[in-house]
Each structure stands twice: as structure tokens, then as C-alpha cells.
Design a binder for this molecule. Structure first.
Ligand code: SF4
Length: 215
């Protein structure tokens, strides 16, 4: 069972980041556990909405994909074995679904959301997803918090090693053990999106979770 002081501390940190996100136009809330996050996702996502889920470990880890699918939401995703053509079509569908459900690589304490992408589909969905005034919904554990932009970018790049292992990509950082700012064919850090504020015409909501989720 988690220490009560840690629980209380997480609540204080979570509340401060929620306030910072709201100041920048993002809907935001803090929940203590992954079970709470799952419950909130099921409340927030309409039952008849299509949901695009890009490459996110957090969303899958908390069981949101399976739970949404089980209750009848149409899910678009590119995960597992697919042909390049199937993958391309799935990515387009994710980005034009009613709800774009994802995690973040880093969230700064002053409310900026930072993501790094190799193919660009995920950062495109974060800026332009959630069709027809739909919703871009972020779920992130407190392990994604960063102090400022520089720390956030570093944090985002640090997620590349486990992501590269998951996708079997021989990136330079998996060999060096840290980012070497590679520019080679295996680079997974080709596009960086810093959401300074809620993008005009998009509807954002961030669920911050008082646990370590994803990477
Ligand atoms: S070494 Fe390359 S792939 Fe790895 S984190 Fe740095 S820029 Fe990204």
C-alpha cells in the first residue's frame, strides 16, 4: 500500500499542474490511481464516439483500449503486425476519429505538453485530432512531469530507449545508453510538438494520474 505522505504529496503536485494546464486552456484533472483514470476515460468518452489510439503504452497499460472496445466504441490503432499500407490507413483513421486518446512524453510543471515523434502521426493527432470539435484526451502518470522545457525535452527523449526496444529499432541511444542527438535512419526523434496552449478549435482534456505509467 502506498505511503500516505506520498499520496498527499502527489495530490498537491497534481493540483498545481492541473492549475497550470488550465491556465493554458487545457481541461485538466488529477486522479490518484489508474483505476480512477480508467473510470474517468469511460465517463468522458461518449459511448458512440470513434476513438483513435496511437502508439501509447499508458493507455493500453490502464486497460482503456480493451474497456472502450468492450463497450462498443470503434477503435482505430496501428499496433502489432500490419502491412505498411494498413499501418498508414490506420494512422489516418486515428487522427480523424472523434476522440484522439493518447499519453504525453512530458508535461512541464507550468503546463506545457511535450511530445517527440518519428513518423509525425502522433504529434499531428495531438494538434489536429479529435474531429468535429471532438476531443484530444491525454492520460499521463506523474512520472511524465518535468520542471521546464529543457527538462521536458530530455524526459521525452529518455522515453525513446524503451520505445525503440518495443519497436525493435536499433537507435543510437539503445547502444549508447543515452541520447546522442542522432540524425541517422533509425532516429525516432524527427518531430517535436510543444503544446504551449490549447490549439484553437480543439478540445483538450488531461487526466494526470498519481502513479508511474508508461515511459
Ligand atoms: S539518440 Fe536519436 S533516437 Fe535516441 S533519443 Fe536521441 S535523437 Fe532520439
Amino acid at each position: 500500500m502506498a505511503n500516505q505522505n506520498v499520496i498527499k504529496g502527489n495530490e498537491i503536485v497534481g493540483a498545481a499542474v492541473v492549475k497550470a494546464l488550465q491556465r493554458r486552456g487545457f481541461g485538466a484533472e488529477y486522479v490518484p490511481t489508474r483505476e480512477d483514470a480508467l473510470r474517468r476515460i469511460l465517463e468522458i468518452v461518449p459511448e458512440n464516439a470513434s476513438v483513435g489510439i496511437p502508439g501509447t503504452v499508458t493507455v493500453r497499460e490502464i486497460g482503456a483500449l480493451d474497456a472502450l472496445k468492450a463497450r462498443g466504441n470503434t477503435i482505430y490503432q496501428h499496433w502489432g503486425q500490419m502491412t505498411p499500407q494498413e499501418r498508414r490507413i490506420a494512422r489516418d483513421r486515428e487522427n480523424s476519429a472523434d476522440v484522439f486518446l493518447t499519453s504525453a512524453n512530458a508535461i512541464t510543471r507550468d503546463g506545457r505538453i511535450i511530445n517527440i515523434d518519428g513518423t509525425g502521426n502522433r504529434v499531428a493527432g495531438m494538434a489536429w485530432g479529435g474531429e468535429n470539435n471532438g476531443l484530444v484526451l491525454f492520460v499521463a502518470g506523474l512520472n511524465k512531469l518535468a520542471f521546464g522545457l529543457e527538462d521536458g525535452l530530455e524526459r521525452a527523449r529518455s522515453a525513446t530507449i524503451p520505445n525503440a526496444i518495443r519497436q525493435n529499432e536499433p537507435t543510437a541511444c539503445t547502444k549508447a545508453g543515452h541520447c546522442v542527438n542522432c540524425l541517422d535512419e533509425y532516429s525516432m526523434c524527427r518531430a517535436i510538438l510543444i503544446l504551449e496552449q490549447a490549439v484553437k478549435g480543439r478540445n483538450y482534456h488531461v487526466i494526470l494520474v498519481g502513479e508511474t505509467l508508461g515511459y
